[in-house]
Write a protein that binds this ligand. Sequence first.
Ligand code: GDP
Ligand code: GDP
Length: 464
Amino acid sequence: MSFKVAIIGRPNVGKSTLFNRLVGKKLALVDDTPGVTRDRRVHSAKLYDINFDVIDTAGFETAAAETLQGRMRAQTEIAIHEADLIFFMVDAKSGLMPDDKAFADVVRRSGKPVVLVANKAEARGAQAGMLEAWEVGLGEPIPISAEHGQGMPDLRDAVIEALGEERVFGEEDEDDDAAIAEVLVGEDITDPDAEPVYDETKPMRIAVVGRPNAGKSTMINALIDEERLLTGPEAGITRDSISVDWEWRGRQIRLFDTAGMRRKAKVQEKLEKLSVADGLRAIRFAEIVIVVFDATIPFEKQDLQIADLIIREGRGLVLAFNKWDLIENPQETLAELREKTARLLPQVRGLLAVPVSAETGRGLDKLMDAVLKTHQVWNRRVSTGRLNRWLEGIVAHHPPPAVAGRRLKIKYITQAKTRPPGFVLSCTRPEAMPQSYIRYLVNSLRDAFDMPGVPIRMVMRAPD
Ligand code: GDP
Ligand code: GDP
């Protein structure tokens, strides 16, 4: 016996795209003939070895599309009356919207089995949205890309988990491994249970950014001096490319070559300096960004806006205080600069800041050490066992506050992602958890697991 699935979610999350993928053909978008029969709204679908029916909620949507409430009512009716299983879809690219929570509440109240699907997971910036998806309180989000067919094996497994093998496969359990192997499988997007993978064979991507004249080009040229440049046909050192490959102490590095870009721009007599867009492109390209400051001139909050942007983009960063050869009282200056950055960038406590002279080359080795260290932390995964032992101690030592007379309870923590590290904390009344306590947890976590200087994300969700 087959079962029926309804794909529910606010408009534009990608329901039709998944629908089409599951049904396996591009269906005519609309068939507005009045009195379309019910049957026409149910289509047989396939997910590897699982056969089922998927309800075309789009059809219902148009039937009552004028208001959100109308759409919700129509969709919910389907879920309640027809579906055996609900795919609740959110958009990991755009992140959560208030509508998502409203839809999720309706789905939850229906009491039907639900698989939470985080679509557009292949998109840039989707990692943050993936984490946010936990907040709808429908369990673990399954990252997929309906458009590119990624994440489908996980979706299959989630269906089996939600309904049970017997319900999914019926009596005759035909375990069709061949079918599983054959189907297009996109790149694995995230695997929360994966062992720590820190692939040293992949080039580490870095970029150098900072204000004009801070010394970026001088630094890049010093870093990739001849002996460090990789040679060989695949080294990719063409000046036209935006990146240059080199090696530092045996570690492959790919540098976003803003300097090359500028030289090119100069030749074309267009831009004297890099545009903001180039800086942004460099940040998105990089895993770790070196922010170069001219240590001879004072910097203020606005100079750290670029650092703030890097943090919000979830990249690792390292500060370079350049032109150190010109500094007369180095110890005092360094203490002052470090105090200032720590005060102005509290969200990345322990940020590494290194005095260098791009001109003489002094300090560049230390700078690269800091880059490597930050990259490792950025990639770090802490096991759930260790995290929860830590959590127990922390909560015993400094329990969460009571809000409106009731003490908040923290149940469980798990690391949902790396690059940068992101954690999901299961607690009662997540919305009531004060920011100050979340900051306390993040800082303690940083100390306990030695994770200085990288953005750490923490989201709260209600227990299942
Ligand atoms: P619906 O309103 O929920 O049915 O959403 P649609 O299926 O019509 O998709 C809305 C938009 O999101 C369309 O522009 C799709 O091309 C796009 N979209 C759907 N799935 C994906 C995906 O996996 N990745 C990305 N980047 N875009 C997607
Ligand atoms: P960019 O605009 O950030 O790429 O800066 P440049 O690399 O073009 O450097 C701007 C100016 O600062 C040039 O005149 C460099 O020679 C000078 N400069 C760069 N690094 C250093 C340094 O470490 N010490 C000193 N004294 N001058 C430097």
